[in-house]
Design a protein around this ligand. Structure first.
Ligand SMILES: [Zn+2]
Length: 309
């Protein structure tokens, strides 16, 4: 019995660290297309900044991974999620987003000589937003901003649209307008009618209108462009895959509500403090997770933006 007893502390430690390890959920969208759904809550050391949704496409030539996670740790979580579904290697990584968790895990794949591609417009914004992304990420997961290993895509495409056919699957990188971040893009699969929207769509949890980064009117217009694609499936930047109606309810309608309600408030010359107090108490979108933290801030930010027009 003695050796077993001696092993007990080590076993307990192993169990504790297992209990804390975060594992994203993999959700099948269609036969060869999957979403990888990260944490719905904020960034932590356990989730390594993977509090967003990415996904992958299995093609005849290998796997196309959309998004690389926030860090090497979350890139490995994505890699493990792919391995659970297919033995095919990751052949290509695409970046469609500018916020940390959509691309700051690139170095893990580039080190394996896997190409990472994106629209030049997205990469320009990744470069501009990098210092802020480093700050926000490290404040969530711990460590120093300068210690994060950040690499840009190895291949960029000029213009607002680039069609690629990989392993028999046609896909199109498209910039439809700025959204949560300037330079955010989508990946559209025309045959399957699937759109990977990145942070243009938030499901289940409330979106955040970020000071000096998210322009609410641009985001509203860009969401409408996504809707014009008439997708059968939406893989969002946060939350689980859905149809267009759910994306409309969780994101499109909320953006419209903010612009309409804050717009009315400005027309009626309500001051900032009163508008934030009154509209923050509105519970129309309180079914969305994190609304307690974010709704008041979104009203505040929308007021400042519409007032400055
Ligand atoms: Zn995000």
């Amino acid at each position: 019995m003695k050796p077993t007893l001696n092993l007990l502390p080590a076993l307990l430690l192993a169990c504790t660290s297992l209990a804390h390890a975060f594992e994203p959920a993999t959700e099948k969208v269609t036969d060869n297309v999957y979403a990888i759904v990260g944490e719905l809550d904020q960034r932590t050391a356990e989730n390594q900044g993977l509090n967003n949704t990415t996904g992958f496409i299995i093609t005849d030539d290998g796997v196309v991974l959309i998004g690389s996670g926030a860090t090497e740790g979350s890139a490995k979580m994505l890699e493990a999620a792919v391995k659970k579904v297919t033995d095919k290697p990751i052949k290509q990584v695409l970046n469609i987003g500018v916020q940390d968790h959509h691309w700051m895990g690139n170095s893990h794949f580039l080190a394996q000589k896997i190409p990472v591609s994106a629209l030049a417009k997205t990469v320009e914004s990744q470069q501009a937003q990098e210092p802020m992304n480093r700050m926000r990420l490290s404040s969530g997961i711990g460590g120093k901003p300068e210690d994060l290993k950040v690499e840009y895509p190895s291949e960029t495409f000029d213009g607002d649209e680039k069609t690629l056919t990989i392993g028999g699957v046609e896909m199109s990188l498209r910039y439809l307008g700025d959204a949560h971040f300037p330079g955010d893009a989508v990946l559209w699969l025309p045959k399957e009618k699937i759109v990977f929207t990145g942070d243009i769509v938030f499901n289940e949890r409330m979106l955040g209108v970020l000071p000096e980064i998210s322009r609410i009117r641009d985001w509203q217009a860009t969401f409408k462009k996504v809707a014009e694609l008439q997708p059968a499936h939406v893989v969002p930047g946060h939350g689980t895959p859905s149809d267009l109606a759910s994306a409309q309810k969780n994101t499109g309608d909320y953006l419209d509500w903010l612009v309409t309600e804050v717009g009315k408030s400005l027309e009626e010359m309500e001051d900032l403090g009163d508008a934030v107090k009154r509209l923050s108490a509105d519970e129309t979108f309180s079914f969305l997770k994190l609304s307690k933290d974010l709704h008041g801030r979104n009203v505040h930010q929308t007021y400042l933006q519409l007032e400055a027009e």
